[in-house]
Design a protein. Structure first.
Length: 245
Protein backbone atom coordinates (compact mmCIF):
# COMPACT_ATOMS: atom_id res chain seq x y z
CA UNK A 1 0.00 0.00 0.00
CA UNK A 2 2.83 2.37 0.92
CA UNK A 3 4.57 1.53 -2.36
CA UNK A 4 1.50 2.52 -4.39
CA UNK A 5 1.11 5.75 -2.43
CA UNK A 6 4.75 6.62 -3.06
CA UNK A 7 4.29 5.74 -6.72
CA UNK A 8 1.21 7.94 -6.98
CA UNK A 9 2.80 10.97 -5.29
CA UNK A 10 5.89 10.52 -7.47
CA UNK A 11 3.60 10.61 -10.52
CA UNK A 12 1.96 13.79 -9.18
CA UNK A 13 5.35 15.42 -8.74
CA UNK A 14 6.43 14.30 -12.20
CA UNK A 15 3.34 15.91 -13.72
CA UNK A 16 3.31 18.94 -11.43
CA UNK A 17 3.13 21.27 -14.42
CA UNK A 18 -0.39 19.95 -15.03
CA UNK A 19 -1.48 21.85 -11.91
CA UNK A 20 -1.94 24.89 -14.12
CA UNK A 21 -4.96 23.11 -15.62
CA UNK A 22 -6.68 23.21 -12.22
CA UNK A 23 -7.02 26.98 -12.43
CA UNK A 24 -8.52 26.96 -15.94
CA UNK A 25 -12.11 26.00 -14.86
CA UNK A 26 -11.87 28.46 -11.95
CA UNK A 27 -10.78 31.25 -14.30
CA UNK A 28 -13.59 30.44 -16.74
CA UNK A 29 -16.16 30.48 -13.94
CA UNK A 30 -14.96 33.82 -12.55
CA UNK A 31 -14.94 35.44 -15.98
CA UNK A 32 -18.42 34.12 -16.77
CA UNK A 33 -19.74 35.26 -13.37
CA UNK A 34 -18.22 38.73 -13.82
CA UNK A 35 -19.88 39.15 -17.22
CA UNK A 36 -23.27 37.83 -16.12
CA UNK A 37 -25.81 40.12 -14.49
CA UNK A 38 -26.05 39.11 -10.84
CA UNK A 39 -28.37 41.85 -9.57
CA UNK A 40 -31.25 43.78 -11.08
CA UNK A 41 -32.96 47.13 -10.63
CA UNK A 42 -36.60 47.12 -11.74
CA UNK A 43 -38.51 50.39 -11.62
CA UNK A 44 -41.97 51.72 -12.33
CA UNK A 45 -42.60 55.47 -12.42
CA UNK A 46 -45.87 57.20 -11.57
CA UNK A 47 -46.93 60.71 -12.54
CA UNK A 48 -49.42 62.91 -10.70
CA UNK A 49 -50.39 66.53 -10.19
CA UNK A 50 -51.68 68.15 -7.02
CA UNK A 51 -52.53 66.37 -3.81
CA UNK A 52 -53.22 62.65 -4.17
CA UNK A 53 -55.36 60.86 -1.59
CA UNK A 54 -54.59 57.22 -0.77
CA UNK A 55 -56.97 54.96 1.10
CA UNK A 56 -55.83 54.06 4.61
CA UNK A 57 -55.45 50.34 5.20
CA UNK A 58 -56.43 50.47 8.89
CA UNK A 59 -59.63 52.47 8.45
CA UNK A 60 -62.37 51.77 5.88
CA UNK A 61 -63.22 55.46 5.49
CA UNK A 62 -59.99 57.38 6.09
CA UNK A 63 -57.36 58.52 3.61
CA UNK A 64 -53.72 59.53 3.82
CA UNK A 65 -51.69 61.72 1.50
CA UNK A 66 -49.25 60.38 -1.05
CA UNK A 67 -46.48 62.30 0.74
CA UNK A 68 -47.24 60.38 3.93
CA UNK A 69 -47.13 57.09 2.04
CA UNK A 70 -43.74 57.93 0.52
CA UNK A 71 -42.41 58.95 3.94
CA UNK A 72 -43.63 55.73 5.59
CA UNK A 73 -43.36 53.07 2.88
CA UNK A 74 -44.33 50.26 5.23
CA UNK A 75 -47.90 51.55 4.95
CA UNK A 76 -47.81 50.22 1.38
CA UNK A 77 -45.34 47.35 1.40
CA UNK A 78 -46.09 45.75 4.78
CA UNK A 79 -49.86 46.09 4.77
CA UNK A 80 -51.18 42.77 6.11
CA UNK A 81 -53.86 42.36 3.44
CA UNK A 82 -51.38 43.20 0.67
CA UNK A 83 -48.87 40.65 1.97
CA UNK A 84 -51.56 37.95 2.09
CA UNK A 85 -52.58 38.69 -1.50
CA UNK A 86 -48.94 38.81 -2.58
CA UNK A 87 -48.25 35.40 -1.05
CA UNK A 88 -51.16 33.90 -2.98
CA UNK A 89 -49.91 35.42 -6.22
CA UNK A 90 -46.37 34.19 -5.70
CA UNK A 91 -47.64 30.68 -5.06
CA UNK A 92 -49.12 30.72 -8.55
CA UNK A 93 -45.78 31.55 -10.13
CA UNK A 94 -43.98 28.77 -11.97
CA UNK A 95 -41.51 26.59 -10.11
CA UNK A 96 -37.97 27.95 -9.94
CA UNK A 97 -38.93 31.60 -9.53
CA UNK A 98 -37.36 31.77 -6.08
CA UNK A 99 -40.60 32.15 -4.12
CA UNK A 100 -39.83 33.00 -0.47
CA UNK A 101 -41.53 31.30 2.45
CA UNK A 102 -44.42 33.12 4.04
CA UNK A 103 -42.40 33.90 7.17
CA UNK A 104 -39.67 35.53 5.06
CA UNK A 105 -41.93 37.54 2.79
CA UNK A 106 -42.24 40.56 5.09
CA UNK A 107 -38.47 40.83 5.54
CA UNK A 108 -37.85 40.35 1.82
CA UNK A 109 -40.34 43.01 0.74
CA UNK A 110 -38.95 45.47 3.27
CA UNK A 111 -35.36 44.92 2.09
CA UNK A 112 -35.73 44.95 -1.71
CA UNK A 113 -38.54 47.45 -2.43
CA UNK A 114 -38.57 51.22 -2.13
CA UNK A 115 -40.86 54.11 -2.99
CA UNK A 116 -39.04 57.38 -3.70
CA UNK A 117 -39.90 60.83 -4.96
CA UNK A 118 -38.04 61.68 -8.16
CA UNK A 119 -39.58 65.13 -8.70
CA UNK A 120 -42.64 67.18 -7.74
CA UNK A 121 -44.76 65.12 -10.11
CA UNK A 122 -42.98 61.74 -10.29
CA UNK A 123 -42.58 58.94 -7.74
CA UNK A 124 -40.76 55.69 -8.39
CA UNK A 125 -41.38 52.16 -7.18
CA UNK A 126 -38.10 50.21 -7.26
CA UNK A 127 -36.85 46.68 -6.73
CA UNK A 128 -33.15 45.98 -6.15
CA UNK A 129 -32.21 42.32 -5.84
CA UNK A 130 -30.83 39.19 -7.48
CA UNK A 131 -34.01 37.59 -8.83
CA UNK A 132 -35.34 39.38 -11.90
CA UNK A 133 -38.52 37.31 -12.18
CA UNK A 134 -39.41 37.76 -8.53
CA UNK A 135 -38.59 41.46 -8.75
CA UNK A 136 -40.86 41.92 -11.74
CA UNK A 137 -43.69 40.18 -9.90
CA UNK A 138 -43.23 42.37 -6.82
CA UNK A 139 -43.15 45.62 -8.79
CA UNK A 140 -46.20 44.60 -10.84
CA UNK A 141 -48.16 43.64 -7.72
CA UNK A 142 -47.42 46.82 -5.78
CA UNK A 143 -48.07 48.92 -8.88
CA UNK A 144 -51.58 47.47 -9.00
CA UNK A 145 -51.91 47.82 -5.25
CA UNK A 146 -50.90 51.49 -5.24
CA UNK A 147 -53.20 52.40 -8.13
CA UNK A 148 -56.07 50.58 -6.42
CA UNK A 149 -55.54 52.44 -3.16
CA UNK A 150 -55.39 55.78 -5.01
CA UNK A 151 -58.69 54.98 -6.75
CA UNK A 152 -60.23 54.03 -3.40
CA UNK A 153 -58.88 57.25 -1.90
CA UNK A 154 -60.55 59.32 -4.61
CA UNK A 155 -63.87 57.63 -3.89
CA UNK A 156 -63.55 58.29 -0.15
CA UNK A 157 -62.63 61.96 -0.66
CA UNK A 158 -65.52 62.46 -3.07
CA UNK A 159 -68.02 60.90 -0.65
CA UNK A 160 -66.75 63.06 2.23
CA UNK A 161 -66.29 66.46 0.53
CA UNK A 162 -67.97 66.13 -2.83
CA UNK A 163 -64.74 67.18 -4.56
CA UNK A 164 -62.43 64.99 -6.60
CA UNK A 165 -58.83 64.31 -5.58
CA UNK A 166 -55.93 64.15 -8.03
CA UNK A 167 -55.18 60.83 -9.68
CA UNK A 168 -52.01 58.82 -10.08
CA UNK A 169 -50.96 57.18 -13.37
CA UNK A 170 -48.10 55.03 -14.50
CA UNK A 171 -45.47 56.91 -16.47
CA UNK A 172 -44.15 54.52 -19.10
CA UNK A 173 -43.68 50.81 -18.57
CA UNK A 174 -41.65 48.76 -16.17
CA UNK A 175 -37.89 49.20 -16.69
CA UNK A 176 -35.31 46.55 -15.79
CA UNK A 177 -31.55 47.14 -15.65
CA UNK A 178 -29.05 44.38 -14.97
CA UNK A 179 -25.81 44.96 -13.09
CA UNK A 180 -22.65 42.91 -12.72
CA UNK A 181 -19.51 43.16 -10.60
CA UNK A 182 -15.96 41.85 -10.92
CA UNK A 183 -16.32 40.12 -7.55
CA UNK A 184 -19.20 39.19 -5.32
CA UNK A 185 -18.76 37.41 -1.95
CA UNK A 186 -21.59 35.06 -2.95
CA UNK A 187 -19.25 33.54 -5.55
CA UNK A 188 -16.75 32.26 -2.98
CA UNK A 189 -18.53 28.97 -2.30
CA UNK A 190 -19.19 28.01 -5.97
CA UNK A 191 -15.64 29.10 -6.89
CA UNK A 192 -14.25 26.81 -4.18
CA UNK A 193 -16.41 23.95 -5.44
CA UNK A 194 -15.19 24.49 -9.01
CA UNK A 195 -11.56 24.54 -7.82
CA UNK A 196 -11.82 21.35 -5.76
CA UNK A 197 -13.69 19.49 -8.51
CA UNK A 198 -10.96 20.49 -10.99
CA UNK A 199 -8.27 19.41 -8.51
CA UNK A 200 -9.99 16.07 -7.92
CA UNK A 201 -10.36 15.55 -11.66
CA UNK A 202 -6.65 16.21 -12.20
CA UNK A 203 -5.68 13.79 -9.43
CA UNK A 204 -7.91 11.09 -10.93
CA UNK A 205 -6.42 11.77 -14.37
CA UNK A 206 -2.88 11.41 -13.02
CA UNK A 207 -3.86 8.19 -11.27
CA UNK A 208 -5.38 6.84 -14.50
CA UNK A 209 -2.24 7.64 -16.49
CA UNK A 210 -0.11 5.99 -13.84
CA UNK A 211 -2.36 2.91 -13.78
CA UNK A 212 -2.15 2.53 -17.54
CA UNK A 213 1.63 3.05 -17.61
CA UNK A 214 3.18 -0.41 -18.29
CA UNK A 215 6.74 0.57 -17.36
CA UNK A 216 8.47 -0.86 -14.29
CA UNK A 217 8.64 1.49 -11.33
CA UNK A 218 11.04 -0.40 -9.04
CA UNK A 219 13.55 -3.23 -8.89
CA UNK A 220 11.00 -5.22 -6.90
CA UNK A 221 8.55 -5.11 -9.81
CA UNK A 222 11.24 -6.38 -12.18
CA UNK A 223 12.15 -9.22 -9.83
CA UNK A 224 8.52 -10.27 -9.43
CA UNK A 225 7.87 -10.12 -13.16
CA UNK A 226 10.97 -12.10 -14.16
CA UNK A 227 10.99 -14.39 -11.16
CA UNK A 228 14.69 -13.72 -10.70
CA UNK A 229 16.63 -11.97 -7.95
CA UNK A 230 18.05 -8.51 -8.65
CA UNK A 231 21.75 -8.35 -7.88
CA UNK A 232 22.25 -4.65 -8.60
CA UNK A 233 20.85 -1.56 -10.29
CA UNK A 234 22.23 1.41 -12.17
CA UNK A 235 20.91 4.60 -10.58
CA UNK A 236 19.39 7.42 -12.60
CA UNK A 237 22.09 10.06 -12.92
CA UNK A 238 19.79 12.74 -14.41
CA UNK A 239 18.82 14.35 -11.06
CA UNK A 240 22.49 14.39 -10.04
CA UNK A 241 23.48 16.07 -13.30
CA UNK A 242 20.78 18.72 -12.88
CA UNK A 243 22.06 19.55 -9.39
CA UNK A 244 25.62 19.75 -10.63
CA UNK A 245 24.60 22.25 -13.31
Amino acid sequence: MIFYLKRYFAALWLRRKWMVLVFAPLFIYLVFAALRDDSFIITQDFSYAGEVAVSASNNPAATITLDALVSDQDLLFLDAFALAQLQKRLELMKEGAGIPAESELRRLVHSVLSLTRESDSIIRLSYHGQNAELGGALVAFYTERLLKRVDDGRVRVRSDTGSSASTLNTSGGMVMNGMNALWNPDRLVPASVVFFIALLGLMLLVGLFELLDPSFKSERQIARYLGLPVLGAIPNAEPLMRNLK
